[in-house]
Every structure is written in structure tokens, then in C-alpha cells.
Ligand binder design. Structure first.
Ligand SMILES: *Cc1c(COP(=O)(O)O)cnc(C)c1O
Length: 493
């Protein structure tokens, strides 16, 4: 299988797409066509465990990677998850399920891909004959950074620097990153919000001078951000797995369509659901859930993507994003895979902060996608209601998705389609906000929040969070967005 850039000009293999991360002209790598999964294949996967299902889906895209290698990599990646099943489905009401993707080492769904990416990258380098060391630069809205650090710490031939917005991550997220161990890791705060941080990192990737300077020092750049196809591919697998679990449990007959609601920031998670649908998974609608930074809600309703709006800091920081990078892959598909049009829209976004798709494309978009959002108050209410009615505790990002799903149920009372809500973080990652939602109590300190949340819900506290309390911070630097590359050079000196 070959991969092409959304902005044209290049055709590469899967291994190259993963090693490079982003194409030379700034486009994102997408498969030349969507591999199909037949009904018989789905039947065959019913008995398979999660690692087997994931290896099967990955193998469809990464045909130069050997199957046994993929399977054993999936086995060891998902053995790092608590509780056996890395992506369990939990029923919270008739026809309503939570797909919990936060049982990995850093307690957020990013682990689903980032426990596997080091293998995909290392093997990709072997396949491509890359001799240089790899330097991973990643911008994070909080959860990617920790998951990438944990995935790549002490990996041979790899160094990693994570940049996070100085005023854009939760205290727990910051603590998780700044206490990271490993000899090959670096963590730096960047002044501003996530978009500033992501833009500064993208700047390095698209600057040939930076690449040349790194090459001199025997490094090539790669990214662990969700624009990397190696992040996207493992995410497709859990949509298949959730579907198969519903069939196995006798909740739906094979072939019946279901809906997913996905809390969305950079559009990576929900794009993986769209890819699963394109591959033949019986999916009816995808509900794209945002917080108050509802640029995607507006885009899905109107076809206009407009950045002229205030950036709002919310209690779901991993969704505080205005420039959703992976949306480029979707508008590329909607345009009928028109490279030139996609490139010109991305240019319009960069220069004028805005682009619009055509009426025909909007219609295509709305055939599959709905958009909705939760403001702070309605997120809290959704979390509270489910806790009271079903005894289920969810984090703030999942709370936004819950609110959007509830709005859909209220508008479509006769809809019998099963709904799977994608749950993206362990509630203890955002202890004060979750505590407030379920009890109305405000506490100033995160660890006090953890204690009280445990008292209120009896939910088990993850060991890695308990340990954080006494771990010293190793990384305390803050830098200006314009100085990022200096920081990188300093680190690899
Ligand atoms: C990253 C993240 C999201 C957003 O996922 P995208 O792939 O960026 O859309 C939602 N919730 C949590 C907890 C996350 O860490």
C-alpha cells in the first residue's frame, strides 16, 4: 500500500509515511485507497483478542511490516494496559455504551497508539534503511506528551522533546510530564496556548534549514503528533474492536450499523472512526463533540472553518484547540481527493484564518457527521446526571461527548441505533473538575481532589498518580515560541 500527501507531489510507503510524519510540502500522508474489511473477515475477528484485531487492521495498511512482528508488537504494547482488555465496552444504559480507552500507562486514549508507535517507527527505519538517530518533536495539549514520553523513554536511537503550552494543561498533566524519567527525554513549556505551541513545532518541520542543521548532527526529525499515520492506524483498530464486542455480546446482529460520539480536539480520534467506516465497518453516524472551542461544530453545520474567534480555556484542556490538524485528511476526501484544492484551503487558513467547502462537500460531510458541543455548565451536568443515574464516573472530555450524545437522544427519541461514546481519559487525570461535577465540592489541590473523588465514588485510584505526589520535577524550563529550535539544538548537543 502506498501513501500520498493531501497536498500532492509525493507517493511513499507506509514505513516512509511513519518515519517522516509530515510530507515535504506540509501535507498529511493518507493511504492511496482504503483497504476493505469483508463481512467474512469481521466474522473471523469475533473470536480474536484485542492484539490480534489490532494487528489485522494495521497489516491492511502496513503491508511491508511482517505480520508476526506486528502481532507481537501489539501484544507487548497492550500488555502494558491494566485489566486485560485495553479497550473495554461498558454499558451505561439501553443501547448506550462507553468505550474506555484510558487503561494504559498514562491514563488517556493516546496510549492506544503511543505504546505501539515506537515499534512502528523503529521497524519503519529498518525498512527504509535510515541510519540517523531519530529526534521526535511533539506539541501536546496535555495527554499526547506524557504518552509519547512514556512510549519512547530509553528507546535506542531516539531522542524526544515534548513542548506543552505554558498556560494550557492541567496540573496533573504537567506533573506527569515534568517528572518523566528516561535519559533521552526533554520537556519544555512554550509561552501561549496549544495552537501557538503546535504552530511553532510545525514551523521546525517545514523549515529546510532546521532539517539541514539536524542532518549535520546525524539526526532526522519525526513526530509523535496525531498527524503521523503511525498514530492514526492503531486508533482505527478500537472502532473495529468495539463493534465486534457488541456483536459477540449479542447486543447487535453482525452488519447492523452503530453510531459513535467522539470528544474531539485535533480530529485524530474521530478521523480514525471515519477511516474504519471507509474500510467497511457498519457505522451510521459520527457525532463530533467539542467543548466551548466549537470551531468544528460550526464547520459541520455551515461548511465554513473560521479561526476568528476567542480561544477559551476550559476544564477539558486536551480539546482546547482551534486548528484541528487532522481535519485536512477529511476535507481531502470530501473534495474527491483534490490535492490542489486542499493545499489552497490550507493556505487560506494559514494566511486568512478561514476557508469554506462547497455545498456538495458540505452535504457529503453531513451524511456522516454531526457536530455538537458542551459549554462548561452542560458538561458538568452531563457528568453529574450519569453519575447519579448510572453510577458511572467520567472525565471532563468524555463529559463533553456525553452532553452531545444526550442532545442527540433528546432530538431523536425514536432512534434505536446503538451509541458508543468514546471515553478518552481516566477521571483521576482531572480530579478537581470531576469532583466538582459529581459532588459540587471545590478543592484547590489536585491530590486532595483525588482523595475526595475516591471517597465520593469508590473508584480505584491509579497507582501511577499516587506516586506522582512525591516525585521531583526534572523539567522546569519555559521558552518563547520563536526560540524552540534553539532549545532543540541545545538538547541534542
Ligand atoms: C487528545 C485528547 C482528546 C482529543 O483527541 P483528538 O484526537 O485530538 O481529537 C480528547 N480527550 C482526551 C482526554 C485527549 O487526551
Amino acid at each position: 500500500m502506498k501513501f500520498v500527501s493531501t497536498r500532492g507531489g509525493e507517493k511513499v510507503t507506509g514505513a516512509q509515511a511513519i518515519v517522516r510524519g509530515l510530507s515535504a510540502n506540509g501535507g498529511l500522508f493518507v493511504p492511496e485507497k482504503f483497504p476493505q474489511v469483508s463481512a467474512e473477515e469481521l466474522e473471523g475477528l469475533l473470536e480474536a483478542d484485542y492484539a490480534e484485531r489490532a494487528a489485522h487492521i494495521l497489516g491492511k495498511y502496513l503491508d511491508e511490516y511482517d505480520r508476526d512482528g506486528l502481532l507481537s508488537a501489539c501484544r507487548s504494547a497492550y500488555a502494558k494496559f491494566d485489566g486485560g482488555d485495553p479497550a473495554p465496552l461498558v454499558r451505561i444504559d439501553d443501547g448506550v455504551y462507553m468505550l474506555e480507552l484510558w487503561h494504559g500507562p498514562t491514563l488517556a486514549f493516546k496510549d492506544m497508539a503511543l505504546t505501539l508507535l515506537p515499534y512502528l517507527l523503529r521497524k519503519g527505519c529498518d525498512i527504509c534503511g535510515v541510519k540517523e538517530q531519530i529526534l521526535i518533536l511533539t506539541a501536546t495539549s496535555g495527554d499526547t506528551g506524557k504518552a509519547a514520553l512514556e512510549g519512547f523513554k530509553d528507546a535506542d536511537g531516539v531522542k524526544i522533546t515534548v513542548f506543552y503550552p505554558s498556560d494550557g494543561v492541567s496540573k496533573m498533566q504537567k506533573l506527569q510530564m515534568c517528572t518523566q524519567d528516561g535519559a533521552n527525554v526533554n520537556v519544555v513549556a512554550v509561552k501561549g496556548n496549544f495552537d501557538d505551541c503546535q504552530n511553532a513545532v510545525k514551523e521546525i518541520f517545514s523549515n529546510p534549514d532546521c532539517a539541514a542543521k539536524l542532518k549535520e548532527k546525524n539526526y532526522i526529525l519525526s513526530s509523535a503528533n496525531s498527524i503521523n499515520f503511525g498514530r492514526l492506524a492503531p486508533q482505527i483498530a478500537y472502532y473495529f474492536s468495539a463493534y465486534l464486542d457488541l456483536v459477540s455480546a449479542g447486543q447487535i446482529p453482525m452488519g447492523e450499523e452503530i453510531d459513535f460520539t467522539v470528544p474531539t480536539g485535533n480530529f485524530g480520534n474521530i478521523l480514525a472512526a471515519y477511516y474504519a467506516k471507509q474500510m467497511g465497518l457498519p457505522v451510521r453516524r459520527l457525532h463530533c463533540a467539542s467543548n466551548s472551542n466549537n470551531v468544528l461544530t460550526e464547520f459541520i453545520a455551515t461548511g465554513v472553518y473560521d479561526l476568528h474567534r476567542e480561544f477559551i480555556k476550559t476544564t477539558s484542556p486536551s480539546m482546547d484547540i482551534l486548528v484541528s490538524s487532522n481535519l485536512e485528511r477529511l476535507i481531502f476526501e470530501l473534495s474527491g481527493r483534490d490535492y490542489k484544492l486542499t493545499a489552497s484551503r490550507m493556505k487560506d487558513l494559514k494566511t486568512g484564518g478561514k476557508y469554506a467547502i462547497s455545498a456538495g462537500e458540505l452535504e457529503k460531510l453531513q451524511e456522516t457527521f454531526d457536530g455538537g458541543y458542551a459549554d462548561e455548565e452542560s458538561c458538568v451536568e452531563a457528568m453529574y446526571d450519569v453519575f447519579i443515574d448510572a453510577g458511572y464516573v467520567m472525565d471532563t472530555h468524555t463529559g463533553c461527548a456525553m452532553k452531545v450524545a444526550v442532545d442527540w437522544f433528546e432530538k431523536h427519541k425514536k432512534d434505536e441505533t446503538n451509541m458508543v461514546i468514546v471515553s478518552t481519559a481516566n477521571p483521576y487525570k482531572f480530579p478537581q473538575d470531576v469532583l466538582y461535577a459529581v459532588t459540587g465540592n471545590d478543592v484547590k489541590d489536585s491530590f486532595k481532589g483525588v482523595k475526595r473523588l475516591h471517597a465520593a465514588t469508590a473508584m480505584a485510584v491509579p497507582k501511577c498518580l499516587k506516586e506522582l505526589k512525591d516525585k521531583p520535577a526534572r523539567f522546569t524550563k519555559t521558552c518563547d515560541g520563536k526560540k524552540l529550535f534553539d532549545e532543540v539544538l541545545e538538547f541534542i548537543k
